[in-house]
Design a protein around this ligand. Sequence first.
Ligand code: FEO
Length: 170
Amino acid sequence: MLDQKVADLLNQQINKEFYSAYLYLEFANFYETKGLDGFANWYKVQAQEERDHAMLFYQYLHNNSVSVTLEAIAKPECSLNGLSDPLKAALEHEEYVTSLINTIYAAANEVHDFRTLQFLDWFVKEQGEEEKNASDLITKMDLFGSDPKSLYMLDNELAGRVYAAPSLVL
Ligand code: FEO
């Protein structure tokens, strides 16, 4: 049996991850309207990854005989004007998600729930990668975004991102 507080936090994280998917789909939506299909592709793949994250929390709870409650997914909250706005919002959002994972980790640690800690280890590492990816994109945009030819090449680079299933399998 999972500790109730840990189970509740894990359940809430399902919604947070689906919200992340929705937020990134909104970023893709923004870039589609700007004609930057590569940036749009990047965020569509990111949205798929977030959906995977949600499903990992869902499955982990079911594997531990906890019934899941699905809540409404909120409308994406963001104000997108400039081409860098989604990139900056993404980094801010990933830092927030890292704080959520850390909160669950701390709760599991408090009750010596080593199984959940081991499950969360993958997410701790994943958050490090996601923050780095988000930060790298901001750096590239700062360097190349103001030159149309360079922006075109960066868009082409981001068009090459392909979806891969998560390395964590439950
Ligand atoms: Fe599921 Fe981008 O963190």
